[in-house]
Every structure is written in structure tokens, then in C-alpha cells.
Design a binder for this molecule. Structure first.
Ligand SMILES: *[C@@H]1O[C@H](CO)[C@@H](O)[C@H](O)[C@H]1NC(C)=O
Ligand SMILES: *[C@@H]1O[C@H](CO)[C@@H](O)[C@H](O)[C@H]1NC(C)=O
Ligand SMILES: *[C@@H]1O[C@H](CO)[C@@H](O)[C@H](O)[C@H]1NC(C)=O
Ligand SMILES: *[C@@H]1O[C@H](CO)[C@@H](O)[C@H](O)[C@H]1NC(C)=O
Ligand SMILES: *[C@@H]1O[C@H](CO)[C@@H](O)[C@H](O)[C@H]1NC(C)=O
Ligand SMILES: *[C@@H]1O[C@H](CO)[C@@H](O)[C@H](O)[C@H]1NC(C)=O
Ligand SMILES: *[C@@H]1O[C@H](CO)[C@@H](O)[C@H](O)[C@H]1NC(C)=O
Length: 918
């Protein structure tokens, strides 16, 4: 907001201004000796690595940096030591990290000698001590700012003695706490209170009671204070001057209470992500009662508010910011929205709204930001509605079912110049709309699934501010970067010159996503120069052919490179060593051949490597892996790799989450080193030529033993596709995204494995899929197999297993696919629990000794009785369990599993910063 911006400038300038004033004082009166001594003593207690207080010498303390004296009396009235040097190069506050230029040390009680001190600002420093109690005795203070000064521990109640205090800023970096706020109610002159990130969880019950009686209170900021209680009733509402109430990031789990309707001077209300519930019509109804002539900002993003927006919204005429992002609001936007003629920002994204956009939107002539993502809008957005939105800079809309159309005449020239546009799942194409081409200031262009089916327009390549470009899931044709001239490789060195090429413009591009289109032809050889700034490049799911250009090896900013699902061929060049930031490399589903360059495995940051479904070959066992590797996903399946499974895979640092070597030509036995990969959730080495026995040590794979969520190593893993893997489950290819942490797969099928199934496998209690089919396994099915209670898929078919089907298997109540065919199993097929649903005889066929339903062969009475007895003896009182909870509930009851859901939404929100206040 502009206001905040100006106050920041003001604070920056302030020290300079006060020094000027102080110089005047010096000429007149000088400084009082006892106060000078007090300040010297104060300075001696401090640590000052950057010599921030170097001016604190000489007689006239009134001229020292940060000190101001009164014109009339000469007394020190202000100490302002907020220290902008206490930031690191990246502009972040050092806080409790040592070694910045922050002041620290002790705060001397000598300050008590400054009897007229009115203003004390120690913000932006790093004291790392509790707030001194004696500050409560600086009785004249009207302003106390201890914000971001790394004070720790309990806030002393002594501050309640500061009866003249008007401004109290204790916003912290999370090391302060207060369990008892009653001292606040004695601050009867308080106008401004900020306790951001102070832990008030134990003061939750009375925070409101203590603030309510303070009649002068005008601004309250209690952001991220761990408050859990928002009292629904309040006997009398006394804070009659309240204009700013910011309660973001608390955990209220209740609606906005009715007493809000008495806050008659409210200007800003911010309850972002505070677990607010209730009906939006009640909220807006109450706010129109109290403050239709005052309310300018209403920010309720990220809560659980539902209901329809009422027509009374139009009464809030002063409203500038209305943000209802990420709630459960339904119904249409009321026509009365057009009465909010002061509105600058409207965000209704991520709700369940529908209907068409009201015609009256055209009245919102001050609108700069309009966010309408992820709802079910219907109808048409017309030229007429947009024609007067001359200030619009940020515009987003998406709609389920492509039920919304943006339809303007061909030669319409919009009145606005957008900076960010995002349109998803609406009808916009088939051509790049001509009006878009008038927009030259764009830094974000996201047009996904909008039916564009022509070649990329020249307009896009001329956008000099472009940072984020996502045109995925359209039918864009032509070649990649078609309109540009590519100097031939021979000429590149001499003639490629930023200033005279059209790529001058492209030095800011961070993300380019053209996935899922109809692009064809080769990737241009000079892509590495053209897209030198790009960090995320996704060209997957097109028809690109030819080789992977070697200049990609020069794209040193690359974090993620996805060229999968194209028709790229030739060898993978050995040019990866400069891509030190690369986290994701996906070249899968192409026609790449030859060996894999070893430098790929040495990339220091690589977390996900997918080379599957190509024609790659070679023996990987002599490769080396970076010894600090953080690789988590490795998929080499569907190639022609041969030789033994490399032992380095089990080398100590690897924290592999998924290892997929399926459908290659690996031979020899399964190395025991694989058992060192204790983080594995997915081990798929099926369809190779592996022989020998199944290592019993596989039972040590801890993450298959207990249900653990996958916690990404770095936040960047939150990119929503990083954990999306193609997995073969239940015989078909499924795409797992958010719920990957729930998937645990052991697939050793279609090899030549022999010997018995080690009973240790039955320790992998969290397995969802176990496939050992099509091997040469002998012996019995381990009796303890029933321990695998979460198993959904079990395939042991086409082996030489003998003996009975263990009764314990009736405990596997999630099992919905089982195949035991073509073994030598015998005895009666169990008939309880899940087995009642397995009525397809083919899953038992080829076992001559099996009898009972659904096979035609009946069992004789004796063997049936034996089987029942056996079940009872083992003590598997299966029927009693009668679990009818769904699997997901089971996981949730273990307190796990929502981490991905969180990153799914907030990860993608985080990626690009939409237009915001300030
Ligand atoms: C102090 O002196 C300056 C300059 O003479 C004057 O502008 C300012 O108003 C005075 N302040 C007070 C509080 O009298
Ligand atoms: C902190 O600074 C001191 C002196 O400047 C230096 O000796 C020390 O290594 C620094 N410590 C850290 C953690 O940077
Ligand atoms: C307190 O200090 C911080 C940092 O210097 C500043 O941003 C904030 O506005 C100050 N608080 C008040 C109430 O002036
Ligand atoms: C200040 O407050 C503390 C605690 O609330 C109290 O014990 C003390 O007597 C007060 N001191 C003065 C000078 O009022
Ligand atoms: C806040 O304080 C409560 C009570 O002392 C404590 O249980 C909780 O962990 C604290 N929260 C944080 C984030 O430190
Ligand atoms: C609160 O307001 C009521 C009614 O206006 C008044 O009677 C009462 O004294 C006030 N309470 C305080 C603590 O100021
Ligand atoms: C408010 O909006 C409604 C519906 O668009 C309109 O009929 C009414 O005249 C508007 N009121 C004012 C005061 O602009």
C-alpha cells in the first residue's frame, strides 16, 4: 500500500532529519552532562561490531547519531538506533545470527537517568537477551519499538507501567512469548500495538479482554501469534477507535464474531490464513452495519469461509482491497460489485464460485488487480466489460470445464497495459488474440489450456519484461522459437550479439513452459544462448525431433529441464558439468540412444533424474555417483542397460525415494547394497534378467515398514510435478502426484529369481504393491504375509510356490487385486473378508491342488476343517477387525499425509508473485 511505502521512506530519512535538528540544539544549549554519562554507559554495555555508534564521542550528546534532545529543555527525548545495516546482502534481517552489523550486548539501566525519554527505538538489532524489566520504569515513554531486535523469552509485565505509551512495537522473529497479557490493559494511552510472531498461545483466552478497554487503541497487529480463541461474544465493545485489525496467521477455527459490527471506524481488516469459518454473507452483512463508510481493506484469504457474497457488498463503498482468495465461497459475483468504485484489487481465486461476471465490473475504473482463478465461471467476458478498466495490471482467470469464454472483437485495443496475465481452462483461441499483442509490458504470460492452435506469435518474443511464460496444453504448432533467426553454429561466436538480436529482450526469462503442444522440428542449436537466463524449461509432450543441442550445457541457471515425451534422438552429450543448479532432469520417452554420460550422475543438486523409455544402453556399474548426491528419484526403466545392477546405487549418501530400473537387460543377482537405500518407497526392477534369490535384507527398507510422508529436501521440490512419477500399479500406468507418499511398491516380477520368498519381506508393513510374479520362486508363501495389512496389489503368479494359501491373508482387507495363478498351491481357498470378493477363478488357475470357491473343484471336508483350525491356532481373529475405514482415513489418523496437499496449493502459489499491495 502506498501508505506503507511512504512510511518506510520516512523512517529511512528520519535519522538524517533528526541530526539536523540536533545540530541546531547544539548551537543553543548543548547536552545535559548526567544524560551524556548515561548514554556513554549505555554504549559501553553494547557490542557494536560495525561501529554504528562511532559518533558517540564528545560533549554534545544531542548531536550523536540517533539521539534527539528537546528544543526547550535540552533533555534527551529520543533514542533511535534502528539499524538498517543489520541486514545481509540479500536484504534479510540477520536476527539471531551473529556477525552482522547489528548492535547487541547488554542494555544498561543508566537509561533510567534519561528522565524525559519519550521515544526509544532499538529495532533491527540483535540483542539475544530478554527485554529488560527496567524499561517499564521509563515513565515518559510514548514510543517503544523493540521490533526485530532478537529479544528473547517472556515479555516483562513491567511494560504495563508505561502509562504514557502510545506506540508499542514488539514484533519479533519468533523468540518472544507472553503467557499473561493483563499488563496491556494498563496502557491506557496505547494507540498502536504490534506483537507479530510473539507466541501468545497461553494468552489466547484473554487477549481480547485486555485490549477491549483501551479506548485509544487504533491499530492492532497480532500476526502469527498462535492465538486460538476469537471470542464470539463481547459484553461491550469498547475499542471504539479501532481502525486497523490484523490477525493473520492465527488458528481461530471459528467465524468472525457478530461484535465486529460494532467496530464503527474499521478501515483495514486482515484475517488471512487464520482458520476462519462461517458464512461470507454474515461477515459482509455485519461489516456494512458498522463500517460501510470506513472500510477500505477486507482481506480474508486462505480460510474456510463459505456461502454466497451478498448484494450488500455494494454498500462498502470505500473498499479498495477485497481479497477472498482460497475459501469455499460459492455462487456468483453480485451485480452490486459495480458500486465499489474505489476498488483497486479484487481477488476471488480458488473458491467455488460460478455464474457470469457482472456487467457492472466495468464501473471499477480504479481496478489494478483482478484475480478470478479456479472457479466455475460461465458465459462470456466482453469488450464492454473491460473497456473502462484502464488501470488493470494484473488479471487472472480460470474456469473448470472450459465454461468461460473471453470474446472481444478482432481489432479491439484494450485501455490497459497488463503486467501479469493468467488465463487457464477458458476459451480464448484458436489464435493468439490480437488484443493480447497490444500488451507490451507483460512479465507473466500464462495461457494454459485455452485452445490456442496456431504458431507462437512474434508478439511474445518481443516482450522485454517477460519472466514467466507458460503456454502449456494448447495445440500450438510450428517449430520451437520459429520466428527467430538462428546464426549457424559456425557464425555464432562472432556474430551472436545480444544488442543486435531480438533476444535482447529475453534476459529476464525465468520459466518457459510449452509442454503439451504440437511443436515440431528440432530444438535450435543456439538455445543455450537464446535462453541463457532460463531456470525452468519444459518442452515435454511435443513432437520435437533431432538431437539435444549441446548449447543446453551453457544454461547455467537451469533448475529444471524437461524434454520428455518428444522424438529426440541421438546420443546424450557429455556437457552437463556446468549445470550446477539442476534439480530435475527429465529426458524420458524419447528415442535417445548410446550410453549415458557419467557427468549426469555427478550433478551436485540433482534430485530427480528420468531417462526412462529411450534406447539407452551400456553397463552402469563402473559409473561414479557424486558423493554428496541428493538424488531422490531415479528412473532408468524401459532402456537397454545391461550388466549388473550397479552397487554404487547403495552407496552411503543416496537418499533415493524411488528406484526404477524396470524393463532393461540387467543380469546377475540383486546386490545387497540395494538394502542400504532405506528411504526407498518404490523399488521396481521388474522385467530384467536378474537371477539368484531375493535378498532377505530387503526387509530392512524402513520407509516401506512404516507410513512416512515424503518430505522434500529443499522447498524447490514443491514444484508440483517433481514427485509425479509414472508407476505401474494394478497393471496400468497411473500418474501419482500429491499422494506419492502413500505409495509403496516392491516389484521384482518377470525375472529369473529363485529360492523362497524371504519371510523378512513381510516386515514391509507399509507396502501397497508386492509383485513377485513370473519368476522361479519355490517354497511356501510366508505364513506372516498377512502382516502386510495395507497391501492393495499382490501378484505371485507364474512361480513354483507350493503349500496352502496362508489364512493370515484374510487380514489384508485393502487387497483389491490378487493373482496366485500358475503355482503349485494346494488346499482350500480362504473364504472370508476380501476373499469373498475374489470371484474370478483365473487368479487361482494353474494350481492343481487348490479347491473351493470360486474354483469348480470342491474341497473334501477333512482338509477344509484343517484349514479353519490352522487359522484359529495362529490367532488371527480376522473377522473381529471389521475395518471399514478407508485407507486414506487410516493414514490421516496416523497424523500424516497432508504435506503434499499443502505444497500442492501453496507451492504453486509461491512460484510467481502476483500483483500485491506495496
Ligand atoms: C525545535 O526547533 C525547530 C527548529 O528551530 C523547530 O522547527 C521545531 O518546531 C522545534 N520543536 C519543538 C518541539 O518546539
Ligand atoms: C564472526 O566475526 C568474527 C570477527 O569478525 C570472526 O572471527 C568469526 O569467524 C565470525 N563468525 C562467523 C560465524 O562468521
Ligand atoms: C518499528 O521498527 C520497525 C523497524 O525499524 C519499523 O518497520 C516499524 O514501522 C516501527 N514501528 C512503528 C510503530 O513505528
Ligand atoms: C512496574 O510493574 C511491576 C510489575 O507489574 C510492578 O511490580 C512494579 O511495582 C511496577 N513499578 C512501578 C515503578 O510502578
Ligand atoms: C508457543 O508456546 C506454547 C506454550 O509455551 C508452546 O507449546 C508452543 O510450542 C510454542 N509455539 C512455538 C511455535 O514455539
Ligand atoms: C466500556 O464501554 C461501556 C459502554 O460504553 C462503559 O460503560 C464501560 O465503562 C467501558 N469499559 C471500560 C473498561 O472502559
Ligand atoms: C449499486 O448497484 C446497483 C446494481 O448495479 C445499482 O442498481 C445501483 O444504482 C447502485 N447504487 C449506487 C448508489 O451506485
Amino acid at each position: 500500500m502506498e501508505g506503507k511505502f511512504f512510511s518506510l521512506i520516512f523512517l529511512c530519512l528520519f535519522p538524517a532529519i533528526s541530526t539536523l535538528e540536533a545540530n541546531d540544539v547544539e548551537a543553543n544549549k548543548g547536552c545535559i552532562e548526567i544524560e551524556r554519562k548515561a548514554l556513554i554507559k549505555f554504549k559501553e554495555g553494547l557490542t557494536d561490531p560495525s561501529n554504528f555508534l562511532s559518533s558517540w564521542t564528545g560533549d554534545n550528546c544531542c548531536s550523536w547519531k540517533g539521539i534527539s534532545c528537546s528544543n526547550e529543555t535540552g533533555h534527551v527525548v529520543k533514542i533511535e538506533l534502528q539499524n538498517y545495516e543489520c541486514f545481509n546482502d540479500a536484504g534479510n534481517y540477520y536476527g539471531s545470527n551473529q556477525n552482522a552489523s547489528c548492535l547487541g550486548g547488554q542494555i544498561s539501566t543508566s537509561l533510567l537517568d534519561l528522565k524525559y525519554l519519550d521515544h526509544l527505538d532499538l529495532s533491527l538489532n540483535s540483542f539475544q537477551i530478554p527485554i529488560p524489566e527496567f524499561l517499564g520504569s521509563l515513565g515518559m515513554l510514548s514510543y517503544l519499538n523493540l521490533s526485530l531486535a532478537a529479544f528473547t523469552g517472556m515479555i516483562p509485565q513491567h511494560l504495563g507501567n508505561l502509562s504514557n505509551l502510545r506506540y508499542l512495537d514488539l514484533s519479533s522473529d519468533s523468540s518472544l512469548q507472553s503467557n499473561d497479557l493483563y499488563w496491556l490493559s494498563s496502557l491506557t494511552s496505547l494507540e498502536y500495538l504490534n506483537m507479530e510472531s510473539v507466541n501468545l498461545s497461553l494468552a489466547s483466552t484473554h487477549w481480547l479482554q485486555v485490549l477491549n478497554p483501551i479506548p485509544s487503541l487504533s491499530e492492532v497487529h497480532l500476526v502469527s501469534c498462535e492465538l486460538q480463541n476469537l471470542p464470539q461474544s463481547l459484553h461491550t465493545v469498547n475499542f471504539t477507535s479501532l481502525s486497523v485489525l490484523e490477525l493473520t496467521g492465527n488458528r481461530f477455527k471459528s467465524p468472525i464474531p457478530r461484535w465486529f459490527s460494532n467496530l464503527s471506524t474499521l478501515v483495514q481488516l486482515d484475517l488471512t490464513m487464520s482458520e476462519i469459518t462461517g458464512d461470507v454473507s454474515a461477515v459482509i452483512g455485519d461489516l456494512t452495519t458498522c463500517c460501510k463508510n470506513s472500510l477500505e481493506e477486507l482481506i480474508l484469504a486462505g480460510n474456510q469461509i463459505s456461502g454466497h457474497i451478498p448484494h450488500s457488498l455494494g454498500l462498502l463503498k470505500k473498499l479498495k482491497f477485497l481479497d477472498l482468495l482460497l475459501n469455499f465461497i460459492s455462487g456468483p459475483i453480485p451485480e452490486t460489485v459495480g458500486n465499489l468504485t474505489n476498488l483497486e484489487s479484487l481477488d476471488l481465486s480458488y473458491n467455488q464460485m460460478n455464474g457470469s461476471l457482472p456487467e457492472s465490473i466495468k464501473m471499477l475504473t480504479k481496478l489494478a488487480s483482478l484475480g478470478l482463478l479456479q472457479n466455475s465461471w460461465q458465459g462470456i467476458l466482453s469488450e464492454n466489460q473491460l473497456q473502462s478498466l484502464g488501470k488493470l495490471e494484473y488479471f487472472t482467470i480460470s474456469s473448470s470445464n472450459k465454461s468461460f469464454t473471453i470474446n472481444v472483437s478482432y481489432n479491439w485495443v484494450p485501455p490497459f497495459s497488463l503486467k501479469d496475465i493468467e488465463i487457464n481452462d477458458c476459451l480464448l483461441g484458436p489464435k493468439f488474440p490480437a488484443w493480447l499483442k497490444t500488451q507490451k509490458q507483460l512479465s507473466t504470460v500464462i495461457l494454459t489450456n485455452v485452445g490456442i492452435s496456431e504458431a507462437i506469435s512474434d508478439w511474445l518474443w518481443g516482450l522485454s519484461q517477460l519472466r514467466w511464460c507458460d503456454l502449456s496444453n494448447n495445440q500450438i504448432t510450428g517449430s520451437f522459437l520459429p520466428s527467430l533467426e538462428y546464426p549457424s553454429p559456425a557464425l555464432q561466436k562472432s556474430t551472436f550479439n545480444r544488442s543486435n538480436s531480438s533476444f535482447t529482450s529475453w534476459h529476464k526469462l525465468y520459466n518457459l513452459n510449452l509442454a503439451g503442444n504440437l511443436l515440431s522440428g528440432p530444438i535450435p542449436a543456439n538455445i543455450g544462448q537464446v535462453l541463457a537466463s532460463v531456470s525452468m524449461l519444459n518442452l515435454s509432450g511435443n513432437f520435437l525431433d533431432g538431437r539435444i543441442p549441446s548449447s543446453i550445457g551453457r544454461m547455467r541457471n537451469l533448475i529444471s529441464l524437461d524434454l520428455s515425451n518428444n522424438q529426440l534422438s541421438g546420443r546424450i552429450l557429455d556437457n552437463w558439468r556446468h549445470l550446477k543448479k539442476l534439480l530435475v532432469l527429465d529426458l524420458s520417452a524419447n528415442h535417445l540412444s548410446g550410453t549415458v554420460p557419467g557427468s549426469i550422475f555427478l550433478l551436485p543438486e540433482l534430485q530427480k533424474l528420468k531417462l526412462n523409455d529411450n534406447h539407452l544402453s551400456g553397463d552402469l556399474s563402473n559409473y561414479q555417483i557424486n558423493n554428496a548426491s541428493i538424488l531422490q528419484f531415479l528412473d532408468l526403466g524401459g532402456n537397454r542397460f545391461a550388466g549388473k545392477i550397479p552397487k554404487w546405487l547403495g552407496g552411503s549418501p543416496l537418499a533415493l525415494f524411488e528406484l526404477r530400473l524396470r524393463a532393461n537387460r540387467f543380469s546377475g543377482s540383486i546386490p545387497e547394497e540395494v538394502c542400504n537405500l532405506i528411504y526407498l518407497h518404490i523399488l521396481d526392477i521388474a522385467a530384467n534378467y536378474l537371477s539368484g534369490s531375493i535378498p532377505a535384507c530387503l526387509g530392512q527398507l524402513v520407509h516401506m515398514q512404516i507410513v512416512l510422508p515424503f518430505v522434500p529436501i529443499s522447498p524447490i521440490s514443491a514444484f508440483k510435478d517433481i514427485a509425479e512419477m509414472d508407476l505401474v500399479v494394478k497393471g496400468r500406468q497411473m500418474r501419482y502426484g500429491k499422494t506419492l507418499e502413500l505409495v509403496n511398491i516392491l516389484d521384482l516380477s518377470s525375472n529369473n529369481l529363485s529360492g523362497e520368498i524371504p519371510k523378512e519381506i513381510t516386515r514391509l508393513l507399509a507396502l501397497g504393491t508386492l509383485n513377485l510374479s513370473r519368476n522361479q520362486l519355490t517354497g511356501n508363501i510366508p505364513e506372516e504375509i498377512g502382516n502386510l495389512r495395507l497391501l492393495e496389489t499382490l501378484d505371485l503368479s507364474h512361480n513354483h510356490l507350493s503349500g496352502p494359501i496362508p489364512r493370515s491373508m484374510t487380514a489384508m482387507t485393502f487387497l483389491n487385486y490378487m493373482n496366485l495363478s500358475y503355482n503349485n498351491l494346494s488346499g482350500q481357498i480362504p473364504s472370508t473378508n476380501q476373499f469373498q470378493t475374489f470371484n474370478d477363478p483365473s487368479i487361482y488357475e494353474g494350481n492343481v491342488g487348490l479347491c473351493g470357491i470360486p474354483l469348480p473343484s470342491k474341497c473334501d471336508a477333512v482338509s477344509a476343517g484343517d484349514a479353519e483350525d490352522e487359522g484359529r491356532m495362529k490367532g488371527h481373529s480376522v473377522e473381529e477387525d471389521g475395518e471399514d475405514s478407508t485407507k486414506l482415513e487410516f493414514y490421516i489418523s496416523m497424523g500424516l499425509g497432508f504435506i503434499f496437499g499443502f505444497w500442492g496449493v501453496f507451492g504453486s502459489l509461491y512460484v510467481y508473485k502476483p500483483w500485491r499491495r506495496g
